[in-house]
Design a protein around this ligand. Sequence first.
Ligand SMILES: CC(C)(COP(=O)(O)OP(=O)(O)OC[C@H]1O[C@@H](n2cnc3c(N)ncnc32)[C@H](O)[C@@H]1OP(=O)(O)O)[C@@H](O)C(=O)NCCC(=O)NCCS
Length: 161
Amino acid sequence: MAEPGDAGAVESVWAEVAAEGEWIGAEAPLRPGWGDRFRAALAAPESCWFVVEAGGRVVGGAFVQDERGVGHLGMAIAGAHRGVGLGRLLLDAAVGWARDRGCHKMTLEVWPHNLRARRLYESAGFAEEGYLRRHHRRRDGALWDAVAMGLVLDDDSPGRP
Ligand SMILES: CC(C)(COP(=O)(O)OP(=O)(O)OC[C@H]1O[C@@H](n2cnc3c(N)ncnc32)[C@H](O)[C@@H]1OP(=O)(O)O)[C@@H](O)C(=O)NCCC(=O)NCCS
């Protein structure tokens, strides 16, 4: 679980990954007040952040925001630390938090070209639930497609009769 003192380190990771311009929704430069929003998310019971460290330094993070039982997930790892299992660690922690909180589902959006992330989510049980065409306006005016993915955590509650 992240701590308020991780704000600067996590912001650096997000800024680095945003600057790649390929993988996450956030774009560089990050909007002002990023650290304040991070600390507010830590303080709020309906959201949480997890971080992973390598060599004593924070190199990645994941957040979950619980909105009416649906946990919205986002995550990023600095480029030099991908592909060694840290993403799986973060994802398992995030899903565990949502389960413990009683969320009935987790959801996320991923760019269609982000095959590594899609593979990770699928391997953790997430399923593709939709393809969102020309859904996100980027700062350069382009409209990017997104894939909606979901993980059902509650299979027991009844559905619509
Ligand atoms: C997507 C991301 C979180 C995955 O984390 P990671 O630490 O790189 O991935 P892991 O090492 O934990 O690998 C988990 C799974 O991802 C897949 N994977 C990992 N590296 C991969 C690669 N180079 N190509 C394809 N799939 C890959 C594998 O299925 C792997 O499972 P396995 O260990 O059973 O083979 C990370 O790469 C990242 O932060 N990327 C940039 C930001 C981003 O894309 N965020 C997600 C936005 S939706």
